[in-house]
Design a protein around this ligand. Structure first.
Ligand SMILES: *[C@@H]1O[C@H](CO)[C@@H](O)[C@H](O)[C@H]1NC(C)=O
Ligand SMILES: *[C@@H]1O[C@H](CO)[C@@H](O)[C@H](O)[C@H]1NC(C)=O
Ligand SMILES: *[C@@H]1O[C@H](CO)[C@@H](O)[C@H](O)[C@H]1NC(C)=O
Ligand SMILES: *[C@@H]1O[C@H](CO)[C@@H](O)[C@H](O)[C@H]1NC(C)=O
Length: 633
């Protein structure tokens, strides 16, 4: 059982609310703005052209009703946090308001919208208000529509408490200038309030803040270090305003005003649409699954494509020198990488930028890399999981086993898990048990009994079902189960100087360690006593070491497909729009907790928090040195 791509998910959570509806009716009254957009030359598309096209698509009450009805059933039947999300007054480091998702859908369903864009935008804002990157409302191939980004991009906090220009793409000489005001507001508050409304990434405001700002990160796609633009300046939704006004202070000079216009990056292939009608039918409406290559399906991983465009613009097609960091020696790299600090040669770093790994090959590779570090004299290890948005559950169960011997007790690296149960899910799991050639998320043989850790041979969704009540509403949940994994992938005969010694291992994160990454960190920290250092966030507050660690994710299409694959009647129809609407479908408990991990803020804070400085924000190797000095002082 694997989780769908979380890199993709992140993308979805930040994707632009694409718009759509049936054929336009008021063609005669105004120009076809989508036709103007279709004719705009790639590279010269303006914010206004995109906005005009999006907003010219009429609201379609019939399709809106279908969407709301389907989503209401999906949220009611599948969303595990439907009721827990209404919890008020969550403790620090959480900062997230209670959300009644069902009431929110109802409210949107009762409203008449000026255009279709506004309807979808409200649904996206509702999903983001949950501050759970698993729960998203976004068109599947969206940035495929158009992504907008400020030409004045990438700013990050540095020098303690100021916001600074991280990278000046306009080449106006503003690099490292202090950003004093954004759109007339204090810059820190402007970034935070934008992130609170428009990211939905984490329940911790400090992590949302990090998510909005730039950082230096290992990009798993090209296997090099990149300056990642933060989401404030690299937006996947139509930005609220056509430009951003900055007040900058450079080298003590007087304040300088700068208006950053958005630059539009598009990955929609030329000729994908010619006007409003084809924009709607080709890019917005759900493509027929029988027709394999509708043009909108061109790019299943738009975020990586967009980052690739930026990378190529700045570095050309390939620049392997971006693997090198001056203060750290690279010993080996591929999907993961290992470095040794030059100034502290007893400290090594394992970079794990994602959990979307093939465990059968990646775990042995990591064991080889770590053996190499040990041979070079490394005794202490930093596991750098910053900017890791998750991936495979099996990989996250195996990674801590490379560091800690569990003596055959697989439950040490497994979370007790519950799924929502409905009669439809019971029928699905029954069918899955019989149909051995295909498997769904609910395949009992991928799940294990929590007493014996043996895979089920019967349907665990029909026995031991419990009603759990959160915030006054109850729903049916499965008995606690484990997700099974194959521990034998780890070669237990290989050990290192830091094996089974939590004092020699550090987890490093910026809080953007999501889903499976969070689950893995939870094993390191709460099962084994490893300490975590979290970087960034706010000076006066603790920072989460992970985000959305407490669930697995599923979208409406995968849900419907699971039923179709098993020949069971699906409880919902496919959405009329080419959308991916995802929710957390099962929740996990840390250790023997009775509160699910996702809503248990006590499990989130990192032991240490570090501010970025100019040097550590731009040079990841210097950040490692700072982390090592904090952890092993
Ligand atoms: C790097 O990773 C890829 C994808 O996982 C794999 O196919 C390839 O064999 C790896 N290369 C090396 C040198 O290990
Ligand atoms: C279902 O199993 C069959 C037989 O192994 C395989 O050909 C097919 O691709 C599977 N379908 C899916 C969606 O995995
Ligand atoms: C921390 O700083 C933020 C932003 O400056 C402020 O809003 C918040 O009240 C402060 N919190 C504490 C506990 O001091
Ligand atoms: C959970 O409780 C069981 C039974 O009391 C105990 O054996 C186990 O060690 C506990 N697990 C954790 C992670 O605390």
């Amino acid at each position: 059982m694997t989780m769908p791509s979380l890199a993709k998910l992140l993308l979805l959570s930040t994707a632009l609310a694409a718009v759509s509806s049936a054929a336009p009716t008021s063609e005669d009254y105004y120009p076809d703005h989508c036709s103007l957009l279709a004719k705009a030359q790639s590279g010269q598309i303006t914010y206004q052209q995109v906005a005009n096209c999006y907003r010219s698509v009429d609201f379609n009450p019939k399709l809106a009703k279908e969407t709301i009805d389907t989503l209401t059933t999906f949220y009611n039947d599948a969303f595990v946090f439907r009721d827990m999300a209404m919890t008020p007054n969550l403790e620090s480091p959480f900062s997230t308001a209670p959300v009644n998702a069902i009431a929110g859908l109802k409210k949107i369903g009762q409203k008449w919208y000026k255009n279709d864009f506004d309807f979808h935008h409200d649904l996206a804002l509702l999903a983001m208000s949950l501050n759970d990157a698993h729960t998203t409302y976004a068109p599947t191939f969206d940035p495929d529509l158009h992504s907008t980004r400020s030409s004045y991009r990438s700013i990050t906090r540095s020098f303690c408490q100021s916001i600074r220009v991280y990278h000046d793409a306009t080449k106006s000489g503003f690099e490292n200038c202090e950003v004093q005001r954004i759109n007339g507001k204090n810059s820190r508050e402007a970034i935070q309030s934008w992130a609170d409304k428009n990211t939905g990434f984490s329940k911790d405001a400090g992590v949302r803040f990090n998510h909005a700002l730039a950082s230096h990160r290992y990009w798993a796609e090209a296997k090099v270090w990149l300056n990642f633009p933060g989401l404030f300046s690299f937006q996947f939704r139509l930005p609220e305003t056509p430009y951003v006004d900055y007040v900058l202070k450079c080298n003590g000079r007087y304040a300088e005003k700068f208006r950053g216009q958005w630059e539009v990056l598009s990955i929609v292939p030329d000729g994908s649409f010619t006007g409003r009608a084809s924009f709607v039918s080709n890019l917005c409406m759900h493509s027929d699954p029988e027709v394999p290559s509708a043009p909108s399906a061109a790019d299943p991983n738009a975020l990586n494509t967009l980052l690739g465009m930026l990378y190529e613009r700045e570095h050309g097609k390939q620049d392997p020198s971006l693997k090198d960091l001056p203060d750290a020696k690279l010993w080996a790299s591929n999907n993961t990488a290992v470095y040794q600090l030059k100034s502290m040669p007893h400290v090594g770093v394992l970079v794990v930028p994602s959990m979307e790994m093939v465990s059968q090959t990646e775990i042995p590779a990591i064991q080889g890399y770590l053996s190499l570090l040990a041979k070079k004299g490394v005794t202490n290890i930093i596991i750098d999981m910053s900017g890791n948005f998750g991936g495979e559950e099996v990989f996250c169960a195996l990674l801590p086993g490379v560091f800690f011997d569990i003596h055959g007790d697989k439950s040490i690296h497994a979370h007790k898990t519950r799924f929502r149960v409905t009669p439809a899910i019971q029928r699905l799991a029954d069918a899955d048990l019989l149909k051995t050639e295909n498997s769904t998320y609910w395949d009992p043989t991928n799940l294990a009994d929590i007493e014996t850790f043996t895979p089920f041979k019967t349907n665990p969704f029909t026995t031991g079902v419990v009603d759990l009540t959160f915030n006054g509403r109850s729903a049916a949940f499965s008995q606690e189960v484990y997700i099974d994994y194959d521990q034998s992938i780890i070669d237990a005969s290989i050990t290192y100087p830091w094996s089974n010694d939590p004092s020699k291992i550090i987890i490093m994160t910026d809080g953007q360690c999501g889903s499976a990454c969070g689950m893995a960190s939870d094993y390191f920290v709460h099962r084994h006593g490893v300490k975590a250092v979290a970087v960034g966030g706010h000076h006066n507050a603790s920072l989460s070491m992970f985000s959305f660690p407490g669930a697995s994710v599923l979208d409406t299409d995968a849900y419907v497909e699971s039923f179709e694959l098993m020949g069971v009647e699906p409880p919902i129809q496919r959405l009329p729009y080419e959308n991916s609407v995802a929710v957390g479908v099962n929740f996990v408990y840390s250790g023997n907790d009775t509160v699910p991990l996702e809503y248990n803020p006590a499990r989130f804070p990192a032991a240490y928090r570090l501010d970025y400085t100019h040097a550590t924000a731009h040079n990841h190797d210097q950040l490692w040195v700072a982390v090592a000095k904090t952890a092993w002082k």
